[in-house]
Design a protein around this ligand. Structure first.
Ligand code: NOJ
Ligand code: CA
Length: 581
């Protein structure tokens, strides 16, 4: 990707500022985020991440280089050419720090190293350099909210009530033999665990092995910002920030309002509205502070795992002056319940209405969600549906995040018995919730043993569909999902309208989601038929301003045809993209 979209004088100035030491030995501060965006806009350019296509890698499952059945950093390096050829601009790698792996890496016991099962710091440096050599940016996953209970900070903290690190975590007295309040954990049961040694309870929003840090303690803030600097100094291009809405809790520990729903398998057996331990206003102030850290390192990006209840809540994560997260995840798209043109259109319109000129992300799958392929499959047109999803994700105005394997139509492979389950929440809540193993299975590289992922025994099994849906087979098939993604990514990269054009919805057909993207120089029409019948899109000549359109890409036919007449015909489940020359 051409990442030098900042005007040259500004690039030089930013680079100079970054290396000039201040009196305190720190590099000089770059212009703040707001100014960077304004400068880029004024120059008619964008920052690299505004047009980038991100690709999420779950390292345990991407490629195993040493036959132990677990993917690793060298495996990712081995596959950088594949990613370059696919056409993505950036990868986000989920945690590979040292960890007891209770939550498969989201329980970190050392923020400044690599877990030996994934490799070494040297392997990471090589991966980063090789990615950069191919113009691929690399995002780390940073878990700010909690550590592992095996992190030395927590081991100290739990050792006595007077330990200097006691206040680095959230310790409280219980109410008789009960927890301090009614808060429940995301993964079931109370969000508090009693530590018999000191007779107090510690708070954990997630598993009990993931104690929450106390962000009201300035020493914690400093320590965690230092952990971020450690990786920024190594050259990473930014962070995907885990669970940011959880950073603060009500200091008075008010009980959350209890909701009427019964939660099977939960020891508290109720759901609650977590108003006192989620999305507190202090979260925003803290993230604005973190952006200032990143400001020392021009060109880096903060992506946030944000699950606000409303779109207005999501808007807040950009900050009052675009001074918070550059890319808070817009997960509302993942909540569209069925494959339905009206539902997707209204989600896009709601996003645009509320977020306005704030750049949004588009995502349909990740390591915590049942894969979109499985969610929307109808059993008959699964691959066509996958191509329509791809087209939507990659042609809407915003920053798409692909999840590994999405580009080959990987589907969920859920455990068949409770004994097979690896994700603790799946064991605890079986069979209502089978956990997240199903969306984390090995990348399907070939139709050979274990889908070419490992020469050993893979940590999770591959589904029978790996026989047909794999990189090797799909590379040979011109009509495969993989080749469709490649063509789509190529088209996106070459199209000014798809990269930065205005968006306009076309019509309100119940079966067709159609829209225009346009700049002064180019108009693009995207037509998505979400039904099993033939449909037509009336072509509004006024909207097209007399310009002629040519079929640039279709999921069912060869491109090239010049559009004649007043309508565009779409075959059942066809995705088509037409552009002006
Ligand atoms: C969100 C991550 O995506 C998920 O996988 C993890 O279990 C929780 N945060 C806790 O870190
Ligand atoms: Ca390995």
């Amino acid at each position: 990707m051409d990442d030098a979209r900042m005007p040259l004088p500004f690039v030089l100035l930013a680079a100079l500022l970054a290396v000039l030491p201040l009196g305190n030995g720190k590099p000089a501060r770059s212009p703040n985020a707001e100014m960077r965006v304004a400068q880029a806009q004024a120059a008619g350019t964008t920052l690299w991440w505004q047009n980038a296509v991100f690709y999420e890698i779950y390292p345990r499952s991407f490629k195993d280089s040493n036959g132990d059945g677990i993917g690793d950093l060298n495996g990712i390096t081995e596959k950088l050419d594949y990613l370059h050829d696919l056409g993505v601009d950036a990868i986000w790698i989920t945690p590979f720090y040292p960890s007891p792996q209770v939550d498969f890496g989201y329980d970190i016991s050392d923020y400044e190293n690599v877990d030996p099962q994934f490799g070494t710091l040297g392997d990471f440096d090589r991966l980063l350099a090789e990615a950069h050599r191919r113009d691929i940016k690399v995002l780390m996953d940073m878990v700010l909210n909690h550590t592992s209970d095996k992190h030395p900070w927590f081991i100290e903290s739990r050792s006595s009530r007077t330990n200097p690190k006691r206040d680095w975590y959230i310790w409280r007295d219980g109410k008789d033999a009960r927890p301090p309040n009614n808060w429940i954990s995301e993964f079931g049961g109370p969000a508090w665990t009693l530590d018999p040694k000191t007779g107090q309870w510690y708070y954990h929003f997630f598993y009990s092995q993931q104690p929450d840090l106390n962000w009201r303690n300035p020493a914690v803030e400093k320590a965690m910002f230092d952990q971020c600097r450690f990786w920024l100094e190594r050259g990473v291009d930014g962070f995907r920030l885990d669970a940011v809405a959880n950073l603060f809790e009500d200091p008075q520990l008010h009980d959350n309002p209890v909701l009427p729903e019964f939660v099977a398998g939960s020891t508290t057996e109720h759901a609650e509205n977590n108003v006192y331990n989620y999305d507190l206003p202090e979260v925003h102030t803290e993230l604005q502070g973190l952006l200032k850290v990143e400001d020392f390192y021009p060109g880096r990006v903060l992506v946030g795992e944000t699950w606000p209840k409303t779109m207005d809540g999501l808007l807040k994560y950009y900050g009052p002056d675009k001074n918070e997260l550059q890319l808070p995840f817009n997960f509302f798209f993942t909540k569209v319940p069925k494959f339905d043109a009206v539902a997707f259109r209204s989600e896009v319109e709601m996003t645009r209405k509320v977020l306005d000129d704030h750049p949004t992300t588009w995502v349909v799958s990740n390591h915590d969600l049942v894969r979109a392929y499985t969610r929307y499959a109808d059993g008959k047109h699964n691959d066509q549906i996958a191509k329509i999803l791809a087209t939507m994700l990659l042609t809407l105005p915003g920053t798409p995040f692909l999840y590994y394997g999405e580009e080959i139509g990987m589907q969920n492979n859920d455990p068949k018995t409770v004994e097979e389950v690896r994700d603790p929440v799946g064991r605890r809540e079986w069979p209502v919730n089978k956990g997240r193993d199903g969306e984390r299975t090995p990348m399907q590289w070939s139709s050979g043993p274990n889908a070419g992922f490992t020469s050993g025994k893979p940590w999770l099994g591959v589904p029978p569909s790996a026989e047909t849906h794999n990189v090797e087979a799909e590379s040979r098939d011109p009509s495969s999902i993989l080749n469709y993604y490649k063509a789509l990514l190529r088209l996106r990269r070459q199209s000014p309208a798809l990269l930065s054009g205005q968006y306009e919805t076309l019509g309100d057909d119940p079966h067709v989601f159609a829209y225009l993207r346009r700049t002064e120089s180019q108009t693009v029409l995207v037509g998505l038929n979400l039904s099993a019948e033939k449909q037509t899109i009336p072509l509004d000549k006024t909207a097209l301003e007399g310009r002629q359109l040519k079929l640039a890409l279709s999921s069912v036919r060869c491109p090239g045809q010049v559009l004649q007449g007043n309508e565009l015909e779409l075959a059942p489940f066809e995705a088509s993209i037409c552009t002006t020359p």
